[in-house]
Structure formats: C-alpha cells, structure tokens
Design a protein around this ligand. Structure first.
Ligand code: DC
Length: 233
C-alpha cells in the first residue's frame, strides 16, 4: 500500500443526520488530522450559484461558473469556517432551504467535477478525515480507512429537528422526517456518485450509540491502522 507524507486518509460516508460532522471533527482532533467537510463545500457552491442567479438547467453556465469558484475550509479562532469566493458563508449554508437546494445542485456534473478535484488536492497528502457521500467510492477509493456511518431515519430526523429548534428555526418533526426521507432519496438515486456504502467500508450504526461510543470505535480502528502502517516503514 502506498504511504502518504502526512498520514492516512480516513473517509466517512453516510446519509444526512447520521452524525458525520460531529464525529469527523472529533476524530480529526483525536488523530491530530485536518477535517474536510465536503457537504459544506457543496453547500457553499450552491449558495454561490444561487446568489449569482445561475440557471441550474443551463449546464454550460454552471460549468463556467464552477471553474472560477474558490471554496475554502479554515479554522478561524477555533471555529470551522467556510469561505465561498472569499466571503464567510458558514452560517448561511446551514438553513433547511440550502439543504434542499444542495441536494439538487450536488446532482450536477460540473459542480461535482469541480469539487472532486479540489477535494482530492486537499486530501492526497493524507492526515485528513473527509466526510461526505462519495468519499470512499469516488473521491478516495484508495482511502486507507473507510467508514459508513448510518442511523435509522427516525433517529436522524429527531437529531436534525433538535438541532434546528436550538438554532431558533420554525420546523415540525413531521417536516424534518419528510426532509430526511427526501434527501436520502435524492442522494442515493442520483446518477453521478450516488450515496452508497463502499464494499470495503466498515459499517457503524449510530442509532443506539452515543457520540463517545462511536468515537471510541473509530479512533481505535484508525490508531491500529496508523500503528501498523508505521511499523511497516
Ligand atoms: O452533509 P451535508 O448535509 O452538509 O451535505 C449537503 C448535501 O451535499 C447533501 O444533500 C448531499 C451533498 N453531498 C454530496 O453529494 N457529496 C458529498 N461528498 C457531500 C455532500
């Protein structure tokens, strides 16, 4: 197996609301790795397309626009911050409307191609935890560790609902369940890079596990892998 200069690539895929972001952040911290939230990159691209008024049915226009977008993930004053063309869009990309729009824009080939390239560039030195839908299948099929983090629809909707309510959003649990089901459908039925568990991914079902329990499982697996690889060098 080829080794990378900064460590291994850890891929975490799974449906929305399974806890990927929380887990990816804490796992990256524990390993001293960089976290790359690819969903945030798709959200930022969607917001830029929306603000620029690009017609999503016009793929040539989408492609041209995407060739010049600049999306960066940086830690600013200890906080993961998302920049789209130089603007801080961290909060604006997290609304339910942006979730639904991103489910659509992330089906577009020019959007996926642009982000695929930048994700590979950001991660290929290793020392990264990437979370998304297609990391283990498309972005890094050669990732040293692949996790598929899942949970039941009911549990994922309940978590999302509580998160939105705590942010002051006006939503009902029924609407949140419907959103989760719709996003699962869009993510797994799209033609390009659909959500799918890679054949060699480790399935972790977080429905009945706490964040700490999930983390303990993942940290142990990653440390074993890193130790084994180091002992081969
Ligand atoms: O993980 P998230 O909810 O922030 O992702 C937002 C949307 O982006 C979601 O509908 C799926 C899409 N996405 C994707 O298609 N591929 C990725 N690698 C990450 C996210």
């Amino acid at each position: 197996m080829k080794s990378r200069p900064d460590g291994i690539v850890v891929a975490i895929d799974g449906p929305s609301g399974a806890g990927k972001s929380t887990i990816a952040r804490q796992l990256a911290d524990r390993l001293g790795y960089i976290q790359i939230d690819t969903g945030a990159m798709y959200r930022a691209a969607s917001l830029l397309l929306l603000r620029a008024g690009v017609d999503l049915a016009d793929l040539a226009a989408v492609e041209q626009f995407c060739q010049n977008i600049d999306i960066r993930l940086e830690v600013v004053s200890g906080r993961q911050t998302v920049f789209g063309n130089g603007m801080d869009v961290t909060d604006q990309i997290r609304t339910p409307e942006m979730s639904l729009l991103t489910s659509k824009t992330s089906t577009l080939k020019p959007v996926r191609e642009a982000l695929l390239k930048s994700q590979q560039k950001m991660g290929n030195r290793g020392g990264v935890v990437l979370e998304g839908r297609d990391i283990g299948t498309v972005v890094f099929p050669d990732a040293e560790i692949k996790f598929y983090l899942s949970a039941s629809v009911e549990e994922r909707a309940r978590r999302r609902f509580e998160e939105l309510i705590s942010k002051g959003e006006q939503v009902t649990l029924a609407d949140t369940v419907a959103d989760v089901v719709e996003r699962d459908r869009q993510d797994s039925e799209r033609d390009i890079a659909p959500l799918r568990q890679a054949d060699d991914a480790i399935l972790v079902d977080s429905s009945r596990l706490t964040v700490d329990e999930v983390l303990t499982i993942m940290v142990t697996i990653c440390r074993n892998k890193i130790d084994n690889m180091e002992s081969l060098i």
